[in-house]
Design a protein around this ligand. Sequence first.
Ligand code: IPM
Ligand code: MG
Length: 371
Amino acid sequence: MKIAILPGDGIGSEIMAEAVKVLQVMELPLTLETAPVGGTAYELHGHPLPPATLALAQAADAVLFGAVGDWKFDKLERQFRPEQAILGLRKHLGLFANFRPAICYPQLTQASSLKPELVAGLDILIIRELTGDIYFGAPRGRRTAVDGHFPGAEEAFDTMRYSRPEIERIAHVAFQAARRRRKKLTSVDKANVLETFQFWKDVVSEVHADYPDVALDHMYVDNAAMQLVKAPKAFDVVVTGNMFGDILSDEAAMLTGSIGMLPSASLDKHNKGLYEPSHGSAPDIAGKGVANPLATILSAAMMLRYSLNQATAADRIESAVQAVLAAGLRTADIWSEGTQRVGTREMGDAVVAALGSSKTAASTAQSMTKT
Ligand code: IPM
Ligand code: MG
């Protein structure tokens, strides 16, 4: 099985090095092939998603992605900015279904900005449509306004749109995911204002007929943003469009106190996928060896489970991460009083050590940091 390893920018290469280390000790029949992406690729090849990188991603059985983006590229023309790499991969690989779990690990309840009782045991799944909506809708651009409040003024515009098949396929994915969990699906829209999202709501309701065992409710996006901080545990699976999903998934991730811990998967219709941490490239801490590699390591586990049919290997990695947390190891982002602060590489090494034996994992992880 061939894996495309795309580390990207900022902390991307540091966190990816740890995930690669973990994959390599698993002794699975994997070939890992690395290619540049994002700002790094722009600097090397003049494009954030060079043809060779795209070709590798297309040929691979799965893609493991770090993060892209750096302020130093903000002045570039849009088509050359690092973000275009991930948007291009989503589009060219047809990755329309984005799974963003928000889980509050029991060891990390203190790291949340919400009261521990609100987040303890939190386990929700945001399913974000990833190849449509205002992100990809045409036309878009700048022009001189011919109407509106200021005719004759310079203006910019984007197009929010969804077709029936786009909504149907993500709705099916979401109902099926809810079926494997607590059987509760919340569809988030803005049907009170937007035509696009009235249509979204109608189509999701129609698809519901195929899944009578799943409870469906509808929520406006502003209310959903509020409910997520008020009573996050009331949610099970949330399905929404590209734009609302972008915003709500960051909110959900952050309230777990552990955005540095959260993996994500973006799947096509055959379950081929791109796996990436939910956090960004964090250029402010790049190169300092302090970033949390666990979201990337857990993304690798998710990749083994969903795209490579290696559930046992995925379980092993997830248990190793649990063991390392149980042993009290924390990178700066999840550190709290009474735990032991470690760097990126030490965290990766501890996971590798814990993989050796789940029974002695905790003690091994502990002794790793002493050497
Ligand atoms: C995400 C990111 C991307 C998005 C950016 C980097 C284009 O914020 O994956 O959530 O907006 O989708
Ligand atoms: Mg985002």
